[in-house]
Design a protein around this ligand. Structure first.
Ligand SMILES: Nc1ncnc2c1ncn2[C@@H]1O[C@H](COP(=O)(O)OP(=O)(O)OP(=O)(O)O)[C@@H](O)[C@H]1O
Ligand SMILES: CC(C)(CO)[C@@H](O)C(=O)[O-]
Ligand code: BAL
Length: 286
């Protein structure tokens, strides 16, 4: 039988609900999102259900993590649909605060996780990971979950949050979850709805180039050679505009000139199709 989903919009109400659950000794799992749910988000809920007694999902499009020329205003939103999907997936509490509820006054406290926040998306989206770390820390303070579930599609985000949790001794266990893909390999993302049909077709090159990169790694090619072949492959798609392609250590995200056995690394890329910026990555250990 489907559980009843309770939707709450205020921090006070959520805290009251969670206090009762905690007294009953329930293990609380948390899935933070920006909504416009898809199978990727639902896989996090599925994973949470394996270890937790009560699942909290947040839907909050966080203005702090968007740059001035980014898509905060037009980010896709459909709370009714999300609420139905969350209920079917087994979410117990859906937290949907307004911007005013989360930030009633101008935010003067920022969390900066240096190092891991700097390359990749940190370079392309200045301030983005400060916004992410700050809102995630705030959400952790509100929910106080035992476990929090994040998708590896945002591999750098996982590295940033893990570093923050270690540095600040936040009492939560971060559970990274695998990337969920469409049948043609495109990583699921709320932003995929922005893609025009021809852009959508060409966007499969992200995953194709990652698969090729993995083959080349297996053949013992150097990171620079692999990167060059990925650039060439992606440039064959006329609508693709490369933001970055990098091969770095994971989770430290430091440069990697050569690869040695046992090394964990990430091949990460961001590519624009028109105004839509897509990311994808592959994490592997040699
Ligand atoms: N395809 C996916 N597979 C696994 N997890 C995912 C996938 N897409 C998103 N997630 C995870 O869901 C959580 C919420 O992400 P978010 O709401 O930003 O979704 P999104 O689809 O990544 O949106 P965006 O278009 O902003 O990238 C994050 O932890 C994110 O990594
Ligand atoms: C973690 C997060 C919900 C913080 O706003 C967001 O960055 C996301 O959806 O990945
Ligand atoms: N999933 C990452 C959130 C963002 O792009 O702002």
């Amino acid at each position: 039988m489907m559980k009843t989903l309770q939707q709450v919009e205020t921090i006070g109400e959520l805290r009251r609900e969670l206090k009762a659950a905690r007294i009953q000794g329930k293990r609380i799992g948390f899935v933070p999102t920006m909504g416009y749910l898809h199978e990727g988000h639902l896989s996090l809920v599925e994973q949470a259900k394996q270890t937790c007694d009560l699942i909290v999902m947040s839907i909050f499009v966080n203005p702090l993590q968007f740059g001035p020329n980014e898509d905060f205003e037009r980010y896709p939103r459909d709370l009714e649909r999300d609420s139905r999907m969350a209920a079917t997936a087994g979410v117990d509490l859906l937290f949907t605060p307004s911007v005013e509820e989360m930030y009633p006054t101008a935010v003067k406290t920022n969390i900066t996780v240096s190092g891991v926040s700097e390359p990749l998306c940190g370079r392309s989206r200045p301030g983005h990971f400060d916004g992410v770390a700050t809102v995630v820390m705030k959400l952790f303070q509100i929910v106080q979950p035992d476990f929090a579930f994040f998708g590896q599609k945002d591999a750098q985000q996982v590295a940033v949050i893990e570093q923050m949790v270690r540095d600040l001794s936040v009492p939560v266990e971060i559970i990274p979850c695998p990337i969920v893909r469409e049948s043609d390999g495109l990583a699921m993302s709320s932003r995929n709805v922005y893609l025009a049909p021809e852009e959508r077709k060409q966007a499969t090159v992200l995953h194709r180039s990652l698969r090729r990169a993995k083959e080349l790694l297996g053949d013992g090619k150097l990171p620079a050679e692999i990167r060059a072949e990925m650039v060439q492959m992606i440039q064959q798609e006329p609508l693709a505009d490369i933001d970055y392609i990098e091969i770095l250590t994971y989770p430290d995200l430091t440069p990697l000139d050569s690869v040695s056995s046992g090394q964990k690394l990430v091949i990460a890329l961001a590519v624009r199709f028109g105004r839509t910026r897509l990311i994808d990555n592959l994490i592997t250990t040699l």
